[in-house]
Design a protein around this ligand. Structure first.
Ligand SMILES: Cc1ncc(COP(=O)(O)O)c(C=O)c1O
Length: 400
């Protein structure tokens, strides 16, 4: 079937964090929410139908994940990423962040150090700090609008024996890099030689733009598979963040047993009835929807890039290779981090995720979520254009 991604669906009064919390968080009901990573699109029809059918049954007792559930996921990973995984490698958690927290608690001790590569998804910092571990930074380097890992600094950082783990973001939120096999190999080698466990957060693994290919870190070699945990979820791919389901791939038996012990201690072994139905059907039947979504997203990215190049010359798009999040370099507006935040929220009336919240290197940037009908994207961009024009007129840099 053909999906209509232009359709605007009212999400107010659905307990949506993105829409119903915007007024509380950003202090204004007229703010257009283009922040947090979920999409304004309905998920694949077969998923909706399967949930309806499951609902009609009327009994929602204790539920396990069936062989069919795992098969659907494994087949998706094989088809889409050419990576053959085994059922016994998979451990499920209610979200990737839960998996990261479990990994930190299981494989590091209090005050151990964990590497993150900023600017990066804000909860990486939080999950390390909340577990009383220390952050070791290996900030990304920006070269000609392309972010790269700093291997030289990584070598220095891992030499400290307190450093036990790295949380890799692959593809990287918010800068949109889809790390290449060569880059991952270089990083993975350094970590392996220094006994640093790699937790590869691959939340955005499926959302890759034309010309790029996602490489699951653990698929590169047996040695990397042995020294890593790969965290995946259907949340980004099919817009299912609210079902809170994640599949984590742990080929190393020793690591897997320890991870499983923690799952048992936390009583996370069973699953949400609707989650199982949703995820199995998404991976089994969601491909058609997903391919059309990727095409639409590509169109949104082109639209955003052309609009900014034409109308917002002070802002630069960092071309993303993956994710539906776009990292905008706003340093040309000449504002500090707080002024930029105030400008976007109070003048443009837009809710983005402010760059400084992603850690070192994020100041002067902002992250926009473009997984919305084009009409909403255009509305957001026009609001910024208007606010920029007004403020430039005020300081006399532009005439009308
Ligand atoms: C890189 C990354 N990891 C994890 C998450 C959150 O995953 P979950 O909702 O499964 O905990 C997100 C959500 O935006 C993300 O971008």
């Amino acid at each position: 079937m053909i999906y209509d991604f232009n359709q605007v669906i009212n999400r107010y009064n659905t307990n949506s964090v993105k829409w119903d919390k915007t007024e509380k968080l950003f202090g204004d009901k007229d703010i257009l929410p283009m922040w947090i990573a979920d999409m304004d699109f309905a998920c694949p029809k077969p998923v909706i139908n399967a949930i309806k059918e499951r609902t009609e049954h009327g009994i929602f007792g204790y539920t396990f994940r069936s062989k069919n559930y795992f098969e659907a996921f494994m087949n998706w990973v094989e088809r889409r990423h050419d990576w053959s995984i085994k059922k016994q490698w998979i451990r499920c958690t209610p979200g990737i962040m839960t998996a990261l927290s479990i990994a930190i608690q299981t494989f590091t001790n209090e005050r151990d150090k964990i590497i993150i590569q900023t600017p990066v998804y804000t909860p990486f910092t939080e999950v390390i700090e909340k577990n009383n571990r220390k952050i070791e930074l290996n900030p990304l380097k920006l070269n000609n609008e392309k972010y790269e890992m700093d291997y030289e600094n990584l070598e220095k950082v891992v030499a400290n024996t307190d450093v036990k783990m790295i949380i890799l973001c692959n593809p990287h939120n918010p800068v949109g890099r889809v790390w290449s096999r060569e880059e991952l190999t270089k990083m993975g080698q350094i970590c392996m030689e220094n006994d640093v466990l790699v937790i590869s957060d691959e939340a955005h693994m499926d959302i890759v733009h034309k010309g790029s290919t996602h490489t699951p870190f653990a698929s590169i070699s047996e040695a990397f598979a042995d020294n890593s945990i790969t965290c995946t979820a259907p949340s980004k791919t099919f817009n299912l963040a609210g079902v809170q389901m994640a599949n984590n791939i742990i080929p190393n038996k020793e690591l897997r047993n320890s991870f499983t012990n923690m799952i048992d201690r936390l009583y996370l072994g069973l699953s949400n009835t609707f989650g199982v139905t949703t995820v199995e059907n998404a991976y089994r039947y969601g491909g058609e929807w997903f391919d059309q979504f990727l095409d639409y997203l590509e169109g949104n990215l082109i639209f955003l890039t052309e609009f900014i190049e034409t109308n917002l010359k002070e802002i630069k798009v960092i071309p993303p290779e993956g994710t539906y999040l776009v990292w905008l370099d706003c340093r040309g507006l000449g504002m500090d981090a707080k002024d930029l935040e105030d400008f976007l929220q109070k003048k443009a009336k837009i809710a983005f995720d402010e760059g400084y919240t992603f850690g070192e290197g994020g100041e002067g940037f902002t992250r926009v979520n473009i997984a919305c009908p084009r009409h909403i994207l255009e509305e957001g961009l026009r609001r910024i254009e208007k606010a920029v024009n007004e403020s430039l007129i005020r300081v006399g840099r532009k005439t009308q």
